[in-house]
Write a new protein. Structure first.
Length: 388
């Protein structure tokens, strides 16, 4: 049994805290920690991003690489390994898990992490969960080794149309929304779209409106509950139209670095600056904003090491430095307070993420801080509960 400084870190069987249901903490989950046929074909048999995480070396003085999982590398199809991590997160105040869901016109990628690992575990069969449509396909080259490679290759973008979107929502309802532990907001199944800007631009505003309307009508005709559609990362040309299209809320995935800013960015500075933007995002959308915070950002493992000649774009830049569990606790406290005062009824606060090891934002225990990230979640949650 693992221990840190003499402390046991296996989850203990005990009653869950009775927190205010108005504000729940949800952690995003990256489902890419197992081999897939697509990655076998692109890289080599059995490839996973653990190879990138393990191989990353410090690239500047004080660079916190490699990031080493305290509980070890794992296959996220394994219900035993996933279950122990889910139980540990639940014990420390995580109340829901939002899995990335990769779908392109019926083709699914990484689905086994959710279907076998999470839902196959005793913990996942009862823990609240939701899905986020990751409407991009995984990269075919990792680590990225071309200086001139675009941040998002055209082949990774996921085309859709009204009929395909209705099919997607019907599939989700049959497989996930109908489960007793699926996350709802005000009685409606929570479903977010990662690249909401691409979705709206690609379909056009009229077709996007029709897609959401027809999806709702299809579920209503079958006697199913409605959907709460959340838009993630809406761009300036899209955000003002979200309400009329039919979205119910707006949020983010990783809202931490200044993507066009300097290479090194201070965690405390950027976290406070991003929190100051939450009211403006809500005003621009005319919708409730559910904040997202992150324990850090460093995608270095996903990019080849070019030394000082590195590109000034993802995955090489930026790198957030100075991250610490105490600073993360402060960021999460701000998010919980904002959600309590401004969020939708029975809303969510998001953490990006539980396990994005190759992008440097994880709550899972590491060898630098042990259980520090999860303990910060519990401390922030306890503070909110004490204010009731």
């Amino acid at each position: 049994m693992l221990a840190v400084h003499g402390r046991r870190i296996e989850p203990r069987a005990r009653a869950r805290r009775a927190y205010d249901a108005r504000v729940r903490i949800a952690a995003y989950v990256y489902p890419g920690w197992h081999p897939t046929p697509e990655r076998d074909a692109s890289f080599h048999q059995g490839f996973t991003e653990w190879e990138l995480v393990r191989a990353c070396k410090p690239r500047f003085p004080g660079h916190a690489q490699p990031r080493v999982p305290l509980l070890g590398e794992y296959d996220d199809r394994d219900p035993r390994e996933v279950g122990r991590r889910v139980a540990l997160a639940l014990e420390h105040g995580i109340e829901a898990f939002v899995y990335g869901f990769f779908w392109c016109r019926g083709k699914r990628v990484f689905q086994d992490a959710l279907d076998q690992g999470f839902l196959g575990s005793a913990e996942g069969r009862s823990a609240p969960f939701a899905v986020m449509w990751a409407n991009r396909m995984p990269r075919r080259v990792l680590p990225v080794a071309r200086l001139d490679a675009p941040v998002i290759e055209d082949e990774r973008l996921v085309p859709a149309d009204v009929g395909d979107f209705v099919t997607l929502v019907e599939f989700l309802e049959a497989r996930y929304f109908s489960r007793h532990n699926y996350v709802c907001i005000d009685g409606r199944s929570y479903f977010s779209i990662f690249d909401s800007s691409f979705f709206v631009r690609e379909l056009g505003r009229d077709a996007a409106t029709e897609a959401l309307r027809r999806a709702r009508a299809a579920l209503r005709a079958r006697g199913r509950r409605d959907v709460h559609f959340a838009a993630i990362e809406p761009a300036r040309d899209v955000i003002a139209h979200l309400r009329e299209i039919g979205f119910d809320s707006v949020t983010n995935y990783v809202l931490l670095p200044d993507w066009k800013g300097p290479f090194h960015q201070d965690y405390a500075t950027e976290a406070a600056r991003r929190a100051a933007s939450w009211p403006e995002i809500a005003r621009a959308a005319g919708l409730p904003y559910m904040p997202s915070v992150s324990p850090g950002w460093d995608a270095s493992p996903r990019g080849a090491d070019f030394g000082s000649a590195r590109p000034t774009k993802y995955p090489w830049s930026p790198v957030v430095i100075g991250e610490h569990p105490e600073l993360f606790r402060e960021a999460l406290e701000r998010a919980l307070a904002f959600a309590r005062d401004h969020g939708p009824r029975d809303g969510l606060v998001f953490i990006a993420s539980l396990n994005e090891w190759s992008e440097g934002h994880t709550l899972e225990p590491d060898t630098r801080f042990g259980l520090g990230w999860l303990e910060s979640v519990r401390a922030a949650r306890d503070k909110l509960a004490a204010q009731r």
